[in-house]
Design a protein around this ligand. Structure first.
Ligand code: GTP
Ligand code: MG
Length: 197
């Protein structure tokens, strides 16, 4: 897929205030600092479309972007940032649960996972929650440039083992580096194929 146009539309806390659900929607989620906003910028080839930060917790709202006037891309706030208060965590959970349950045009959730780390409970809980709810999702392993291919392979193998404990079918998996532009075509082709279905 060629990205002809990518523009920021709006930020919301409420699902009802999000853009009209008249196009397929792809949401990016994962731990704070995993590289969601960076991946969105890499995919759209716009350095500053989604706000990134070395400081975790940068993205706090549901951010809608419109791509090629055809589909929505959504940057969601991350989970698992230790310094967040319990009330903020509860707020996050409410907002995300509501978004995942009510957003009728949500087509696929991209769950980002840092390829340097073995499976973490919070990621696993979130993935199992998506699976239980029947929300279609794929996994995206990020920051490939930060370690050897062998280490990435071993992280992904550990994830497969872990997921097989609960699920018969494994989700599709992508390997990415926003720094090195790895995985861009694979993700955009996937979206193009799903849009065409
Ligand atoms: P929150 O919005 O806070 O949840 O974070 P996020 O998941 O949107 O992460 P963000 O894209 O802001 O990136 C966090 C940090 O990781 C930044 O310092 C990025 O430059 C860095 N980063 C993101 N992706 C990559 C990557 O592929 N390679 C490398 N080396 N660094 C990356
Ligand atoms: Mg972000």
């Amino acid at each position: 897929m060629v990205i002809k146009e990518a523009k920021f539309l709006m930020s919301n806390t409420k699902v009802e205030a999000c853009p009209a659900p008249n196009r397929p929607e792809y949401a990016f989620i994962g731990r704070s600092n995993v590289g969601k906003s960076s991946l969105i910028n890499m995919l759209t080839e716009q350095k500053k479309l989604a706000k990134t930060s070395a400081q975790p917790g940068k993205t706090q709202l549901i951010n809608h972007f419109l791509i090629n006037d055809e589909w929505y891309l959504v940057d969601l706030p991350g989970y698992g940032y230790a310094k967040v208060s319990k009330s903020s965590r509860d707020e996050w959970r409410r907002m995300i649960n509501f978004y995942l349950q009510k957003r009728e045009n949500l087509t696929c959730v991209f769950v980002l996972i840092d390829s340097r780390h073995d499976p973490m409970k919070q990621d696993l809980d979130f993935i199992n929650y998506l699976g239980t709810m029947g929300v279609p999702f794929v996994l995206v392993f990020t920051k490939l440039d930060k370690q050897s291919a062998i280490k990435t392979d071993s992280t992904i193998a550990a994830w497969k083992r872990k997921l097989r404990e609960t699920w018969e079918e494994l989700p599709q998996m992508f390997r990415t580096s926003s720094e090195k532009q790895i995985g861009r075509d694979e993700i955009l082709n996937f979206i193009e194929e799903v849009n065409a279905q």
